[in-house]
Design a binder for this molecule. Structure first.
Ligand code: SF4
Ligand code: SF4
Ligand code: FES
Length: 251
């Protein structure tokens, strides 16, 4: 059975805007993105919204629905009370381009700063041999669809623009963790994780994990193990001794 839903949608650009109210028809089985498309088709043809797959796989339709970061194409209208007003706003952590579309370049810039996978030069493609546990770890992290909902929800940058230069965010700390734990990666990424990508800012609140539409255990499987590896390095007696000897011989 269809019904009319009350939608409150953020409209604006150039740093200015406001919430606007609409009443939109909803049919059985629809998701929030369907209703936004009907709104575009019937009442607000200039409403900007980013989407591609409508299948939860491209990561484009990220927005905040009733204040919660979500994929609009995976949020069923049946999860709301028919009398409820559904508020739809753009991701808060990134600058708005127009209406529900944000500029997520921050994420691409952070991705570019991470040195890529660096295998030993004497191992050719096809010669890699890995334990299943190592394969599965990478596979979990590679389910990421780059929706940036985890980046958006992380309190380190959500209301703290000033932290952005020093903090890569959960998605990219997860990438560093994946590479640091990869048996064929030859780079030591622990110092960079801490010094350049801001691992120390993360206080393992798990908010990133809670919003991940792919169900990746970002905190438990990537951020905490990476923190442990950094701490092991710092307190490893051999590393400590090595750094003392190095300091003495170089002074
Ligand atoms: S666990 Fe760390 S990265 Fe994830 S939201 Fe919390 S502070 Fe941010
Ligand atoms: S880790 Fe999850 S929430 Fe973060 S960008 Fe990837 S899919 Fe989205
Ligand atoms: S449109 Fe692709 S994830 Fe929603």
């Amino acid at each position: 059975m269809g019904h009319k839903a009350k939608f409150r949608v953020w409209r604006g650009e150039g740093g200015e805007g406001q919430l606007e109210d609409y009443t939109v028809e909803v049919n059985e089985g629809e998701v929030v993105l369907d209703v936004i498309h009907r709104l575009q088709a019937t009442q607000a043809p200039d409403l900007a919204v980013r989407w591609n797959c409508k299948a939860g796989k491209c990561g484009s339709c990220s927005m905040e629905i009733n204040g919660r970061p979500r994929l609009a194409c995976m949020t069923r209208m049946s999860t709301f009370d028919p009398n409820e007003t559904i508020t739809v706003t753009p991701l808060r952590t990134f600058p708005v381009i127009k209406d529900l579309v944000t500029d997520v370049s921050f994420n691409y810039e952070k991705a570019l700063q991470i040195p890529s996978f660096t295998p030993p030069s004497n191992v050719k493609p096809g010669e890699f041999r890995m334990q299943q546990v190592d394969v599965e770890r990478s596979q979990e992290f590679r389910k990421c669809i780059e929706c940036f909902l985890c980046q958006n929800v992380c309190h380190v940058i959500r209301d703290h623009e000033e932290n952005k230069p020093a903090f890569a965010g959960p998605r990219f700390l997860m990438r560093i963790a994946e590479l640091d734990m990869h048996p064929y990666d030859t780079l030591d990424r622990k110092n960079a994780a801490q010094e350049e990508f801001g691992l120390g800012y993360c206080n393992i609140t798990k908010c990133c994990t809670e919003v991940c539409p792919e169900g990746i255990k970002i905190t438990d499987n990537a951020l905490i193990p990476l923190k442990e590896r950094v701490v092991d390095r710092k307190y490893d007696p051999l590393v400590w001794l090595g750094s003392k000897i190095f300091k003495r011989s170089s002074s």
